[in-house]
Design a protein around this ligand. Structure first.
Ligand code: 13P
Length: 249
């Protein structure tokens, strides 16, 4: 049985005052039947970890370097995230792949480093609208999965987030059939590569315009083990019902 995960990605949003929303979220979810994660901007991470301590909410990073330390100005290592209180780190988000030219190999190396530092690596993948319209979705997803997931992954330290690029921040959501097709494909690929034990234990999140109003139907799709939520994770009033929907799924 896979533990479900409601993950929030604040992206480059939020200064100190955003922490009051996190406080509200942690108070509302002192305990939970699912894992709850918020990934704030790095400067807030340490204070965020202190705020959620003792609740069901944990905090994570939005990226880390593939090296464990060294001359990499402006970057953050996995060990630093862990030291600041992170449980997890998002890697290979399409915004980082686009803004920073991150390749599958880069994402794979980062995931390997993150897992070795004791973090859960949430590896993101997803097709563009042009790729979807050209019928290339499963080819693209399969290649990203093969290239971005490190060898020797274990079921509890790796999470895959399927985030179609055209659904991120747009209010557009794939049909439930389309989500089910990709998640079923991801599950089959993971089982083929890692076997039923590990491949069956890796959690699969859907991300892209998840809102309180559509969360329940998405969570009812086979092999959807939770969500990676952007905009609707910024306010406790929006994210809280998504957590509740996942608990009920
Ligand atoms: P939205 O929920 O704002 O569409 O963002 C999804 C996302 O990119 C989460 O990583």
């Amino acid at each position: 049985m896979r533990q479900k995960l409601a993950a929030g990605n604040w992206k480059m949003n939020g200064t100190s005052e955003a922490l009051s929303d996190l406080q509200e979220l942690a108070a509302a979810h002192a305990t939970s039947g699912v894992d709850v994660l918020i990934c704030p901007p790095t400067p807030l991470l340490h204070r965020a970890a202190e705020i959620v301590a003792g609740s069901a909410v944990t905090v994570g990073g939005q990226d880390c370097h593939m090296a464990s330390s060294g001359a990499h100005t402006g970057d953050t290592s996995a060990e630093m995230l862990r030291d600041a209180g992170a449980s997890s780190v998002i890697l290979g988000h399409s915004e980082r792949r686009a803004d920073h030219g991150e390749s599958d190999a880069t994402v794979c190396a980062k995931a390997d480093t993150a897992i070795k530092a004791g973090l859960i690596a949430i590896v993101c993948l997803g097709e563009s609208l042009a790729q979807r319209e050209a019928g290339e979705t499963l080819d693209i997803i399969g290649a990203q999965l093969a290239g971005s997931v490190p060898a020797g992954s274990a079921g509890d330290t790796l999470v895959i987030a399927y985030e179609p690029i055209w659904a991120i921040g747009t209010g557009k959501v794939p049909t439930l059939e389309q989500i089910g097709e990709v998640h079923g494909f991801l599950r089959a690929q993971l089982v083929a590569r890692f076997g039923t034990g590990i491949g069956g234990a890796i959690r699969l999140l859907y991300g892209g315009s998840v809102k309180p109003g559509n969360a329940a139907e998405i969570f009812a799709v086979d092999d959807v083990d939770g969500a990676l939520v952007g905009g609707a994770s910024l306010k406790a009033a929006d994210f809280s019902p998504i957590i509740t929907a996942l608990e009920a799924a």
